[in-house]
Design a protein around this ligand. Structure first.
Ligand code: FE2
Ligand code: FE2
Length: 191
């Protein structure tokens, strides 16, 4: 059997470009009002900003839901579960902050409009009945967040590694959140 020549695919991949110092300096002087966004930014910036705004809405809906559950939690296990709700509320708020900061860095505007928050959010604002219901609803919301962050990471890929890193950091925390609730439900006794 004759050996195949080097794959055609490999030959079409462009060599990594290292720009010379003079061009690098000249490029940096163009459109300086774009701040951190330079001509080599290759992601679809508008789309990235939109996705980040959808995630921002999701985070705020989660903050509100967690606070509602924190204040409404009652029952035998309430103290332990309340502590988790509060911690998550604060972490979701921190996620919202990271997303808003990145949106501004990309030249966009973070959308905090409360009138459209639930319509733009991936996760729902579910009040839940008893404590177990609340935990279940939060687990579902976390699972929605996990899927949407994973999709966003795949969309952004290596075209915007800063955004990707932020999304990966948030995703890891959402996975932790979901894991905690799954463990709680697993050993749940009573209603
Ligand atoms: Fe979050
Ligand atoms: Fe979360």
């Amino acid at each position: 059997m004759s050996k195949q020549p080097a794959s055609k695919k490999a030959m079409t991949v462009p060599a990594t470009v290292i720009t010379d110092r003079k061009t690098l300096r000249a490029n940096a002087r163009k459109s300086i009002e774009d701040g951190a966004i330079t001509p080599t930014y290759s992601a679809d910036r508008k789309m990235v900003i939109k996705l980040l705004n959808d995630a921002l809405a999701t985070e705020w809906v989660c903050v509100l839901r967690y606070y509602r559950h924190y204040y409404m939690a009652k029952g035998m296990l309430a103290d332990a579960v309340k502590a988790e709700f509060l911690e998550h509320a604060q972490q979701e708020q921190a996620h919202a902050g990271m997303l808003a900061e990145r949106i501004v860095q990309l030249g966009g505007e973070p959308d905090f409009n409360p009138d459209t928050l639930t319509a733009r959010s991936h996760a729902e604002y579910k009040e839940g009945g008893n404590l177990r219901d609340m935990v279940r609803e939060n687990l579902i919301a976390e699972r929605i967040a996990i899927d949407s962050y994973r999709e966003m990471i795949n969309f952004v890929g290596d075209k915007d590694t800063t955004t990707k890193r932020i999304l990966e950091h948030i995703l890891a925390q959402e996975e932790d959140h979901a894991d905690e609730f799954a463990d709680m439900l697993d050993g749940w006794i009573g209603e």
